[in-house]
Ligand binder design. Structure first.
Ligand SMILES: Nc1nc2c(c(=O)[nH]1)N[C@H]1C(S)=C(S)[C@@H](COP(=O)(O)OP(=O)(O)OC[C@H]3O[C@@H](n4cnc5c(N)ncnc54)[C@H](O)[C@@H]3O)O[C@H]1N2
Ligand code: MOO
Length: 420
């Protein structure tokens, strides 16, 4: 009897075989979505200097401590400080400087009074101040301000010597913003894996071209390339290769130099033209899994570069489900992700169907489903056939039915894999 592997055994074997890619320094926007490999320290304080958080007037607190609407403090405006100013007037007793948001606090000032608390230097009340008219040589301040009011202190966001981002951080928009703010132009990260997706089958025709009798369009090439991109890879679809082992091998050899991982589909079953098996004989291991769809699977580290190659089954749903369960975690591991971040999130949901569903004994079944998070339910979409691409396109989850279960009744609690 031929050995049969479980889904978990195959996934564990594949994850044990792949390694995180060597780190490289990438410019910030190229590092988007990548995993940082070293702690990044703050060298210069952020903000780099004390600055105003409001448009208003930089003042000495003693000068405004008794200010009210009836008895405003009248201060002499000795200058204008815009964001980016380097030349700052010193504020003496009875003086103020008009200051903009983000502008450096001038020496002598202890607080900023927002323009709304003043006459805006117009000689009028607060209502007029709101109109933002040009200031005069004097400003009337109507309220006191505590020391430090409306001032963003040097280093109050990130202090020098602290860790801005620890190794292992996945870089997204806020993290890239922080790196830019502390002056980093490039960071050491694991690069996105480069993936080549290759469909096999003499029946395959590129979409956009008319179908000759007996032929079908190559859907796997596009679906798996998109799935690899969604997993964080830089992925390209190669033109489909006909069922000829020598041509396939030559095409694969050509791709190994430019790919960190290769995905093929088709040609792994027991048919007369299962050329992927033939082309990789002795290098990849071909297995039967206790799984439906996705029973035949091939995997190996191929060529001198030992490039991971996944030979997925040709049926489109089988190929996609196999990608999600085996290739995606491998790609995520190569990109430096660990733990739960390798996998699609899972949850439990109540099955909504009119009649019980049957499932093959001894095989873990993955039905396609529509998940309703708010209701905690999942509804099967289409049947179990592994050619049902239209139903797959309606699904946002995989419904997992364990190997030991042959029938599930409406209302049963099942694990679902969220495809996001
Ligand atoms: N006698 C047996 N026959 C089959 C078995 C078996 O155990 N004994 N297993 C079945 C299962 S399960 C699967 S899955 C498929 C896997 O077959 P292959 O990986 O060899 O795939 P092909 O034969 O090349 O194609 C299968 C099917 O998928 C279509 N296909 C293939 N590539 C594409 C593509 N890029 N785009 C769209 N459609 C594609 C192809 O035309 C076939 O219809 O084997 C079963 N048979
Ligand atoms: O197990 Mo094949 O992978 O469905 O249809």
């Amino acid at each position: 009897m031929t050995d049969v592997w479980s889904v978990d055994e195959h996934r564990d074997d594949v994850l044990a075989a792949v390694r995180p890619l060597a780190p490289i320094d990438l410019p910030l926007l190229d590092a988007d979505g990548c995993v940082l490999v070293e702690d990044v320290a703050v060298h210069d304080a952020l903000p780099p200097f004390d600055n105003s958080s409001m448009d208003g007037y930089a003042v000495r607190t003693a000068d405004v401590e008794t200010a009210t609407d009836a008895f405003p403090a009248v201060l002499r405006v000795i200058g204008d400080i815009a964001a980016g100013s380097g030349d700052l007037p010193a504020i003496g007793p009875g003086e103020a400087a008009r200051i903009m948001t983000g502008a450096p606090l001038p020496p002598g000032a202890q607080a900023v009074v927002p323009v709304e608390w003043t006459d805006g230097g117009t000689g009028a009340g607060p209502a007029v101040a709101m109109t933002g008219r040009a200031h005069g040589p004097e400003v009337r301040v109507h309220r006191p301000a505590a020391a430090g009011a409306h001032i963003r202190g040097r280093g109050s966001d990130a202090a020098p010597g602290t860790v801005a981002l620890p190794a292992g951080t996945v870089l997204g928009a806020p993290q890239l913003g922080l790196l830019a703010a502390i002056g980093r132009a490039a960071v050491p990260v694991r690069p996105r894996p480069r993936v080549v997706v290759l469909s096999t089958g003499s029946e395959l025709t590129a979409p956009g071209r008319p179908l000759a009798p007996g032929r079908v369009h190559d859907s796997n090439g596009f679906m798996l390339t998109a799935a690899a991109r969604a997993a964080g890879a830089v992925a390209y679809r190669a033109a489909a290769v006909a069922d000829d082992a020598d041509t396939l091998r030559a095409t694969l050899d050509d791709q190994f130099g430019r790919a960190d991982l290769v995905v093929t589909s088709g040609g792994v079953s027991v048919g007369a033209y299962d050329v992927v098996k033939e082309a990789l004989e002795g290098e990849a291991e071909f297995r039967r899994l206790a799984m439906q769809p996705g029973k035949p699977q091939g995997f190996g580290l191929i060529g001198p570069g030992r490039v991971p190659l996944f030979a997925l089954p040709g049926n489109p749903v089988s190929a996609y489900v196999s990608f999600e369960l085996f290739v995606r975690p491998a790609l995520r591991a190569m990109a430096g992700h660990t733990g739960a971040a390798l996998h699609r999130p899972r949850t439990t949901a109540r099955l909504v169907t009119d009649a019980p569903l049957s499932s093959p004994a001894g095989r873990r079944q993955y039905l396609r489903g529509a998940h309703l998070a708010a209701e905690g339910t999942v509804r099967p979409v289409g049947g179990a056939g592994s050619h049902l691409v239209a139903a797959l396109a309606q699904a946002d989850a995989l419904i997992e039915i364990p190997e030991t279960v042959t029938e599930v009744v409406p209302g049963a609690e099942l694990t679902v894999v969220l495809l996001g």
